[in-house]
Design a protein around this ligand. Structure first.
Ligand code: ATP
Ligand code: MG
Length: 297
């Protein structure tokens, strides 16, 4: 009898704990130009968050070019494409990486989801809804640019991490992305990461230019999340399929990513704002469905 009472008490205290957990925050990681370091940054940044006891899930939403599992040197049984195309539960496609990081591989066949196939988007939404509160952060590792319908997933997120390098072409494309976001989702907070900087000054100059232009021409404030140096260690980590925050924890590159994660957590963006009414994943889904309805006309 006392066994049953114990089980009941444990269950009650767990559900009380779960109901108090803040809802998951959905962060889209995007860039104007391709190949600037979105996947590498997402992976290493989420590992830094895991080390800070924040639970993260990365969902690879890069159509046809997904590579999160490759960067981790793992093979996934299922991908997010398998989930939507074969109606699998999201829980069955989540894989466990190092430091307890959760991730879902990309895989080909995501196009139909982004073509707004009604049943597929509904199914995707139901699965994402079942994650409410389970993770502190859910990262969407997006493809580059804003050409496919995946842009609606980006516009519906709670925050956007925009990755650029100091190269003028990358910065111009990043500005194009900020402008697009400003016109279509003006309240979406944008965080900038300048990757592959030659020096701190190089990063600061790039971010200052972008901040100024964005303020002057769009009246929009963007926040700087951090700079990541150009470093052979990143290339080596990609080759060795081991994230650099784990293989080279004391490198300046790992230091900079850890700093960005610490700064991000310290500014209190760790939880979803109270006006979100504790139904954060649902607020993402409501926005996504509104965009999809508009798109269908
Ligand atoms: N800080 C860095 N220093 C040196 N090389 C880097 C750095 N960041 C990224 N790279 C290199 O750039 C390559 C592309 O990085 P990554 O795959 O993360 O870009 P991406 O933006 O996700 O690309 P895509 O647009 O194709 O999704 C990596 O394989 C790595 O070799
Ligand atoms: Mg990528």
């Amino acid at each position: 009898m006392s066994d049953q009472a114990d089980v009941l008490r444990t269950k009650m205290s767990r559900s009380l704990y779960e109901s108090q957990k803040p809802p998951s925050k959905i962060i889209a990681v995007a860039s104007g130009k391709g190949g600037v370091g979105k996947s590498t940054f997402t992976l290493n940044f989420s590992l830094s968050l895991q080390k800070a006891s924040k639970k993260s899930l990365i969902i690879d939403l890069d159509v046809g070019m997904g590579n999160i599992d490759i960067l981790l040197g793992r093979t996934s049984r299922y991908s997010i494409a398998d989930m939507v195309n074969n109606e699998l539960s999201i829980w069955s496609v989540i894989e466990k990486g190092p430091e307890g990081l959760s991730y879902i591989a990309g895989g080909s066949g995501l196009e139909e989801l982004f073509e707004m196939d009604f049943d597929k988007t509904e199914f995707f939404c139901r699965q994402i809804e079942s994650l409410e509160s389970e993770f502190d952060y859910i990262f969407f590792d997006m493809g580059a640019g804003i050409n496919s319908n995946s842009r609606y997933f980006l516009l519906s997120a709670h925050e956007l991490f925009l990755i650029t390098t100091p190269e003028p072409t990358s910065v111009t494309d990043a500005y194009g992305m900020i402008k697009y976001v400003h016109l279509n989702a003006p309240a979406l907070p944008v965080y900038m990461v300048v990757n592959r900087v030659q020096s701190k000054e190089d990063g600061e100059k790039t971010s200052r230019n972008l901040e100024e232009v964005t303020k002057r021409f769009l009246g929009k404030e963007i926040k700087m999340l951090g700079y990541v140096p150009e470093d052979k260690i990143v290339w080596k980590a990609v080759r060795e399929q081991l994230p650099f925050v784990l293989s080279a924890p004391s490198s300046r590159t790992s230091y900079s990513v850890n700093q960005s994660a610490q700064a991000y957590l310290a500014q209190g963006t760790g939880t979803v704002s109270s006006e979100d009414d504790g139904t954060s994943v649902r607020s993402f889904l409501t926005k996504l469905k509104t965009f999809i309805k508009k798109q269908r006309g």
